[in-house]
Design a protein around this ligand. Structure first.
Ligand code: 4AD
Ligand code: MG
Length: 463
């Protein structure tokens, strides 16, 4: 008999028909007359109820079907007597695929997320992580759909590179050299390394993305990026996924319009396509989740120059607001606490912050005529802080090389990038969305380690 997925069985009204479902036992309740098994196969947050007449099965075998066990059930689809479910299955035959001994770490309900992180290989079978990863999949689909519908080409940039796209030096080195053997005078002989030079895992696909955009017009990347920053926060990963669109002939206004339209599309997609999972998370994780998602889709984002933002923060301090990290005035970098104050308390909606001081932003951003600020456009979100980092790019060869030199960066490793400014340079802009930060926002989860299946963070590369 062909297997029916639980999601389809629950929607079917073919009552009286025999079907076969397979999945993992979420719970098993027994009484004298009847057993109830809640079965889940990952196709939906909802379980299907299997009703077993103990007379139809060997008593020991039935008893051995505990939480976590994997079974296959043939039985009759019937209209459910219980409330909250449309259909259930009157079991005729159960085949046990895999028993689950009672030291199963996911057996107890209500374990902490910290506990479950130790069992990231098994936590996938819980309701919460099932919901999170179904939503994660849906967001990936939404992203590809948005860009495809808007004329962007999916463009794949390398993961191994010889340049630092952000110029911040937070890179994991890639080498086949024996680390126990250095060359003469302790110097590393990179000419003998696999690529004949020093290479690292990419921190961003942007620079190569710019090559794509200045040829194809509009591209986006969607892939893993790596940062060796020693940040142990609920919002940082050492390996995270980033979406980076890059567009020729786009100015700062257009860039902000794109950022806002894109992220609203993604959130709307979740509301339209992940209803059951979102309702579950709204009930179990964050009671304001659905309301927050709805309001982000509806409201216009505030567009706020950095200089104005600093004034608001200084005003807040004057009025007695206490920040953990002090407001030191114009030129300071904002921490997520400051970003969240602006978004959650001052404006009560998302903010696109613009025109940051040059010193605190990357070398490739276009300078404003004031010589002090540049055309960066970060999107700040409730609960998250920075969710998108973007900018108009400096298109002048001379200005760009000046910036690279004044920051003491290695000019040689950017020669190919500088060629875009040498040959037919054009105004262009783009941004990067942290995929896991988007998933954090959409699911209401608190820790970024809980929205990627196998998180990589300082001192942690398990699984
Ligand atoms: O602001 P960032 O560093 O910008 C760039 O990498 C640019 N090259 C993007 C571009 O203009 N094409 O990173 C972009 C986004 C951040 O806003 C944040 O959402 C996410 O990537 N991000 C991280 N997410 C998880 N863990 C980390 N360590 C992250 N660092 C950045
Ligand atoms: Mg940033």
């Amino acid at each position: 008999m062909k297997r029916t997925k639980v999601v389809d069985a629950l929607q079917s009204t073919d009552f009286g028909k025999d079907i076969n479902v397979k999945g993992w036992v979420r719970s098993h309740r027994s009484s004298k007359a009847v057993d109830f098994i809640a079965l889940n196969d990952g196709s939906t947050i909802k379980n299907i109820q299997i009703v077993v007449d103990p007379a139809t099965m060997d008593a020991d075998a039935l008893k051995s079907i505990t939480t976590g066990a994997c079974i296959s059930v043939v039985g009759t689809l019937v209209e459910s007597q219980g409330k909250g479910q449309a259909s259930e299955i009157q079991s005729k035959e159960i085949e046990i695929y895999g028993l689950c001994p009672n030291d199963y770490p996911m057996q107890k309900k209500g374990q902490s997320f910290e506990y479950m992180r130790k069992y990231a290989h098994l936590r996938l079978r819980t309701n919460t992580f099932g919901a999170v990863f179904r939503i994660r999949h849906n967001m990936a689909i939404a992203i590809h759909k948005y860009f495809h519908e808007h004329g962007f080409y999916y463009f794949n940039t390398p993961l191994i590179t010889a340049s630092d796209a952000e110029g911040a030096g937070e890179m994991f080195q890639v080498t086949t050299l024996d680390l126990n053997r250095t060359g003469k005078d302790g110097e590393v002989a990179y000419d003998r390394d696999f690529f004949g030079k020093k290479t690292n895992l990419t921190v961003s696909g942007q620079l190569e993305g710019e090559l794509g955009a200045t040829a194809l017009g509009a591209i986006y990347t969607f892939g893993p990026t790596f940062r060796a920053e020693n940040s142990n926060t609920p919002r940082h990963l050492a390996e995270f996924w980033m979406i980076e669109p890059e567009v020729a002939f786009l100015d700062q206004e257009g860039l902000m319009d794109l950022e806002e339209d894109f992220i609203k599309y993604c959130v709307r997609w979740a509301l339209d396509n992940c209803k059951d999972d979102l309702e579950f998370l709204n009930k179990m994780i964050d009671k304001t989740l659905l309301q927050t998602l709805e309001s982000v889709v509806k409201e216009d984002f505030v567009r706020l120059p950095y200089t104005e933002g600093i004034k608001i923060l200084e005003e807040a301090v004057k009025n007695g607001h206490k920040f953990e990290f002090p407001i030191t005035g114009w030129g300071m970098d904002l921490s997520s606490e400051h970003e969240r104050y602006l978004v959650e308390e001052h404006f009560k909606r998302p903010v696109i912050m613009t025109d940051y001081p040059s010193e605190i932003k990357a070398f490739y951003m276009k300078k404003n005529p004031d010589g002090k600020t540049m055309q960066g456009t970060d999107v700040l979100f409730p609960r998250i802080g920075e969710i998108i980092g973007g900018s108009v790019r400096e298109e002048s060869y001379d200005k760009l090389i000046g910036e690279i030199e004044s920051r003491g960066m290695e000019k040689e490793s950017y020669s190919w990038y500088l060629d875009t400014r040498k040959y037919g340079s054009c105004p262009h802009a783009g941004f990067g969305l942290g995929f896991e930060r988007l998933i954090l926002f959409v699911t209401g989860m608190q820790n970024i380690r809980d929205v990627i299946p196998f998180p990589r963070t300082p001192k942690n590369a398990e699984f």
